[in-house]
Design a protein around this ligand. Structure first.
Ligand SMILES: Nc1nc2c(ncn2[C@@H]2O[C@H](COP(=O)(O)OP(=O)(O)OP(=O)(O)O)[C@@H](O)[C@H]2O)c(=O)[nH]1
Ligand SMILES: [Mg+2]
Length: 262
């Protein structure tokens, strides 16, 4: 396998109760070419995932762990990881789930596409060659509906904007105001895709086969689904025509008062 990406890569793995998956996942990620470093962001998992992460990190200097005080949400876990990646000088800052829904062996393809000139690369279920295996029909529908709403209401072009398997170039994360993102949970993914596209960055998608988790429990619940709908509406409202008219009006009155001063 040829490794195309120059520069250092960090994979952020948010965990909440992933004790059955974490050690195997880290093993497969660390076996990849290119010495990809890992940051596990654990939210005081009651099942002891944090202690497992510490034990792995004690034996491997390329595995790091961020412990947070409690379940603070997937979005804020990503954000904490992004800040870490920027501070530590990583060029490629990636994210994936800990439950093997995202195959570690697909990561080099994401990094290669990022290195070829894409600012954000998404491991996508919904481009040609992508697939979903083992998800119940309701989960498939929710994912499909969230994407459809993001496409129609927000104009997001990425086919799979709810996917958590991603590779960001550091410049993207330095440009976007991460602390202004209001989603704390799963809808963070939609908000990031929206902001990345709106900032004019180039998004690429690599087809992946998403496999439903076989170990551990899902953390998605009805509340996260309502929050995702709210996120889409809130992002939509931000760019409603009347807001653009108000912004233009304020711009004009500012220009007028500068004219009067001259
Ligand atoms: N640190 C942290 N990680 C979280 C939190 N919520 C979820 N995660 C992790 O985020 C990843 C995605 O969560 P999942 O429960 O697998 O969600 P999902 O993949 O959309 O849902 P399933 O298909 O049912 O597995 C997993 O690695 C979780 O352990 C959280 O509040 N904090
Ligand atoms: Mg999952």
């Amino acid at each position: 396998m040829t490794m195309l990406w120059p520069g250092r890569a960090l994979m952020i793995v948010p965990t909440y109760n992933e004790r059955e998956n974490l050690a195997r996942l880290v093993g497969r990620l660390r076996a990849l070419p290119g010495d990809i470093a890992l940051l596990i962001v654990d939210d005081a998992s009651p099942d002891g995932t944090g202690a497992i992460a510490d034990a792995i990190a004690a034996c491997d200097p390329h595995v790091h762990v961020l412990h947070r005080s409690g379940k603070l949400g997937l979005g804020t876990a990503y954000r904490a990881g992004f800040h870490y990646g920027i501070e530590h000088g990583y060029e490629y800052i990636c994210t994936m789930d800990a439950d093997f829904s995202h195959s570690p062996e697909s990561l080099p393809a994401l990094l290669d596409l990022a290195a070829s000139g894409y600012d954000l690369v998404i491991g996508s279920r919904y481009v040609s060659g992508g697939a979903v295996v083992g998800s119940p029909p309701l989960r498939k529908f929710i994912s499909y509906a969230a994407n459809a709403l993001a496409h129609t209401l927000l104009g997001v072009a990425a086919r799979d904007c709810t996917a958590g398997f991603r590779c960001y170039r550091r410049q993207v994360l330095e440009t976007i105001d991460l602390d202004a993102i209001f989603s704390s949970g799963y809808s963070f993914l939609i908000e990031m895709a929206f902001l990345v596209e709106r900032a004019g960055f180039r998004i690429g998608e690599v087809p992946i086969t998403f496999v439903n988790r076989t170990e551990g429990a899902s953390k998605i619940n009805k509340r996260e689904i309502y929050k995702a709908m709210y996120t889409i509406l809130r992002l939509r409202t931000r760019s409603l025509p009347w807001e653009r008219i108000m912004a233009a009006y304020h711009q004009r009155s500012r220009t007028r008062s500068i004219d009067q001063m001259e």
